[in-house]
Design a protein around this ligand. Sequence first.
Ligand code: ATP
Ligand code: MG
Ligand code: FE
Length: 341
Amino acid sequence: TIILGLESSCDETAAALVSADGRILAHRLATQEEEHRPYGGVVPELAARAHVEVLTPLIEAALADAKMTLDDVDVIAATAGPGLIGGVMVGLVTGKALAHATGKPLIAVNHLEGHALSPRLADRSLQFPYMLLLVSGGHCQLLHVRGPGDYARLATTIDDAAGEAFDKTAKLLGLGYPGGPRVEQAAARGNAKAVPLPRPLVGTAEPHFSFAGLKSAVMRAAQSGQYGADDIAASFQQAVIDCLVDRTRRQLSAGHPAGALVVAGGVAANQAIRAALENLAADHGVPFVAPPLWLCTDNAAMIAWAGAERYAVGLVDDMSVPARPRWPLDPDAEKARGAGV
Ligand code: ATP
Ligand code: MG
Ligand code: FE
């Protein structure tokens, strides 16, 4: 079984071909970093237009790389949310058109499920259930992953996402866009003990994350003129690590059955964060799994793979499936939203 995956929820357009046994036959990606750089962040309207321009050529290129035609594809998987709605619609409508024209099944993939299952594409020995720290540009969550479509959200951020904190810190320090990798580079040159910064919610009994107070403290440190950018970056990154490790440790100690500690999402590309989580997993005697860096940030291989996992358990969608700007992974958060929370 061959799955074509499409991704267009933020500022990367991507198409990939993955087999149901986890072989990545082709993956193509076009990033819009240059388009958005002058604005210091993603401009939704520009993003949607750019997706329209490059998605079809990327699909053709991926098919050519795999020496395949659409006839060889068995399933079409497209991101249907969450994300910037204009971009999501481009990928989902393209997926619907391809599925309609070819008569092949369509799978509407939650982008977060793409991140959540990407570690199983990277490491085919990873079994359910596992403890997942999902850290990305828009999310910071601890999830108990029990199977495709079967998630319990144990913790989430009460304000900013971890990646958002990296991006805002980069902006404050004048490091440019996109921020995460640049903060990591600056941090490697700085002293993590140089700047006293808070660790919001660390040690508290409730399970959640918070990064807004850290961001404000970074702003004050930058404006004080007392510290160099590298030292602020290093101290900020260490504060984030301490928060992530503390909150994750709390869940590892809570007795959820988990065969591994897993990290995914764009922030999981950070080497210092990976190293700290690897140590935490070792302390708890569980294996640690993190996808290769390119599979952490947005890509279509993870969308094709989530499509493969859903298809294998019979989770197919029909043409009426909507594009959704917000779309929690777990049913409880979904219900709370319905209740207006
Ligand atoms: P979401 O997945 O929540 O919808 P997104 O798709 O925009 O958001 P991802 O592509 O998964 O986010 O991740 C991008 C985020 O990861 C950005 O905030 C970026 O700064 C961050 N990031 C990327 N590389 C690193 C790194 N090396 N260190 C820290 N953060 C990083
Ligand atoms: Mg991006
Ligand atoms: Fe993402």
